[in-house]
Design a protein around this ligand. Sequence first.
Ligand code: SAH
Ligand code: SF4
Length: 370
Amino acid sequence: MIASGDKINLLGLPKGKLEQFFVEMGEKPFRAVQVMKWIHQRGVTDFAAMSDLSKALREKLAQVAEIRIPEVQHEQRSRDGTIKWVLRLDSGNSVEMVYIPERERATLCVSSQVGCALACTFCSTGRQGFNRNMSAAEIVAQLWMAEHRLVDTLLPSERKISNIVFMGMGEPLLNFEAVVDAAEIMMEDNAFGLSKRRVTVSTSGVVPAMARLQERVDVSLAVSLHAPNDALRDVLVPLNQKYPLKELMAACDAYAPNAPTGSITYEYVMLHDVNDTDRHAEELIELLRGRPAKVNLIPFNPFPQSGYQRSSNERIDRFMRRLEAANITTIPRRTRGDDIDAACGQLVGEVEDRARRAERLERMALRPAS
Ligand code: SAH
Ligand code: SF4
């Protein structure tokens, strides 16, 4: 393990901040680009190997800075190629990320917070509560690892990461600065160089942060809608009580014209008999009428004591056909990694349970026999 100490982790500094770091060290700002390429393009974490820097600078860097990557705590591979990793950030905090290879692209679903405070009722991350924000370095580390350490060694023939979705654990817009910095690094030409059409921040509707996001960084936006009216959305996404649909849709209307694809993706998790009937489809069509929108229908991923059931495939098809008939582009999300629960906070819960179980067993074993 690389010691953490008080050293600054350069993995999380976007170009401007890295330049500032070098200027404060009495160096020329262009060092930032050299170091970014070493870290993010070549996957180098040891300053000693950065051969276009002077030996003196490499030594100085090693004293004040580091490139620190979390450990993989757990890995699960699905039959369909999906891989889920649990990363240990520090002793008490783990997050997950999911790699989804497809024919045309490879998507990495990243986390932005440990847990989530927003308590959507169908989401297992929400049920776990909120622990802490992730740093920009921890967010970027997910892409860095998938790109340089994991995918290469595991799947030499697979595609590298082309798409990032902030759809893992946490609400990205409640960890604003770190998410902005991380997204910048993901799109920076001297780092990962991903296209802004292929970096998507997903929000449950933190309305005031949506406009601020667009002012700071040019990324695609997905909005977790899940219900076509306030009464139902108040229940499924409690944040709706604070920012109701009228305000949310106004924020979407302001975002869409300057969004990389000119539109917003609306996520809609399909819950049997809760939000998946013809009436809900009609209401959704009304809500999205005249708006540049794509709808992503997500089959609910069940977890113990959720109280919800996944809509049947027939229901999902029917719902989709209705939206399509109203000229709304609708993408049914295939369930990927089903056999490994590759959705939203589930694996971390299991790992923690297992760790607690191990602890319990240990305590029992240590207890003197009576
Ligand atoms: N907090 C952000 C991003 C993370 S959640 C947001 O809510 O948008 C990413 C997506 O996964 C959201 O659309 C969320 O509603 C969905 N999701 C959460 N729990 C789910 C479950 N059990 N099954 C299917 N999708 C789920
Ligand atoms: Fe948080 Fe998103 Fe889960 Fe809601 S769906 S609890 S906002 S992670």
